[in-house]
Design a protein around this ligand. Sequence first.
Ligand SMILES: [Zn+2]
Ligand SMILES: [Zn+2]
Length: 603
Amino acid sequence: MKTPESAFAPAVPLSVTRIALAFAALAASPSVLLAHPNHAVSQVAAAAPRRDPQPPATTAPVRADARLSVTIRDAKLQQPTPARVRITDETGKPLGPLALTALPRNAPPAAEARLSLPGTVIGLPPQAIGIMYGPNDTAQGYAFQMDGAFYVNGSFDLAMPAGKFLITIAKGYEFVQQTEELTFKAGDHLIRAYDLGRWVDMPQRGWYSADDHIHLRRSPRENPLILDWVAAEDVHVGVLLQMGDFWTTYFAQYAWGEKGRYGAGEYVLTSGQEEPRTGELGHTISLGAQAFVRFQDDYFLYDKLFDRVHELGGVSGYAHQGMSFHGYRGMTLDVLAGKIDFLELMQFCVPEGPLAVEHYYRFLDLGYRLTALAGSDFPWCGRGARPGEEQVGAQIGNARFYTYVGDEFGFPRWLDGVKAGHTFVTSGPVIDLKVNGQIPGSAVDVKPGAKVRIVATANGHASQIPLRRLQVIGHGKILAEAKAGEPGQDASLLRLEFEHEVKHGIWLAARAEAGPSQMAHTTPVYVTAGGDGFHNRSNLTAQIDVSRKYLAEIRALLRAPTDTPRPSARSAPGPLAYREARARLEQRIAVAEAKLEELSRRR
Ligand SMILES: [Zn+2]
Ligand SMILES: [Zn+2]
């Protein structure tokens, strides 16, 4: 049993009534955590009023009319497996504290509901896997997920009210989720066994999923618990990001490099960082490095940090598709200077999401390699979530990326695959692209005028991930498309195979769409002709102009009339406050402009 009862020791059982009372007391005075500026994070800990003495904690199970006992196995391995469980009533509301889904995520009662001790409230079995540090990086803990689901490892036993319910057992995107209607009369004890089968086996093909963006405070003690969460979403590599701003850091990780890794079987947790993060130049992610890197005195000199991360064996890139927090400005400096490896191309945090390609295509068109990664930004950003509002859909691995690792999984091999750019991002479908037999991230050079053979496939599942279309993209344009329903194409398999004449270099990628917000996109294969570049001649001038505009925005920032930090700038006081940062940023802008000038003379 993995229930961290001791991790919750100070907690007391909370009834729904108590939660409702607590809401009345706490709602008036939430304080603000200096976290993601647009995520409207609030915390209750600092504002908690004095409480009356509490009854002693008890682990006695809740009383109810009936009982449900469930075992969950991996159908192929015939072994108990971690999974996500959600039980809803006839109206679609999750069983458990109603406050959880009826109120915004940041409302105090939602936090209190997640604090519920497993086994002491309706809807949360003793075997539910809870952790200590909750969504606001405080010791609120949670066992309930944002949507009222919970994680278990292989089995659970739950007190149930009489009535009709729907149970859904899921394990990431490669397994077929199971849903069953269950009816309970008083005195019933239903025993159910669910065998989760796959509709696709990516590890067998050598591809392993990862979430590059999870925020959970972690000590060695939480390792087995968080690993079960990540394995319950079938995410093979969970990258836990210590998050920073100019002032401080959040979501602490206890170690970096090998010491900070924890794994069992083919699942592993690893430390990374979302730091630096500013509203002026964007949010960045680094992972795989041997240490946490932070230069508070040079906070706006992102390149200095990226150089250090590379020295320490890691990779760096921009978060949030380069869209929010003016990430496209920082990217323009750093891509042109050759300082970063990747862009987080898929995530549910931006309104254009989960797949937002504008800045990705811009740098590819300019002729720069950029690997596509993806992540959830858990505990924020769910499907259909609007930043700052209710985000009950936040879920580890909802946006994820796959890396080609080969026959044998291991973290160093996985990191090598990321460095080589052998990736695709997805919120459901899986996708495969080969150009002259080469996978995404590879370079292919041919004689000018020669043809390359392109083979792309997308796999889906007829009901769970029903494919609609598969496209091969070249220089941002659709070169070929297959749709479900066309001869030989269907909702579970789409395939394209054709030849493309290469007069000049071109970047080629595949993308797929399935159900609502289900899509996938590969890192390109970079095709060159006679050793030339793969930049896009047809829109090079336009992309250079846009890039110049973003550089001018940074320059305007540095020449603003006042040195007074904006009171609203919570992530950092702004580069104006640092004479040295201004001088260095001016230099970096000049270097980037020279690079654009050089690109403009390219044929
Ligand atoms: Zn961020
Ligand atoms: Zn984040």
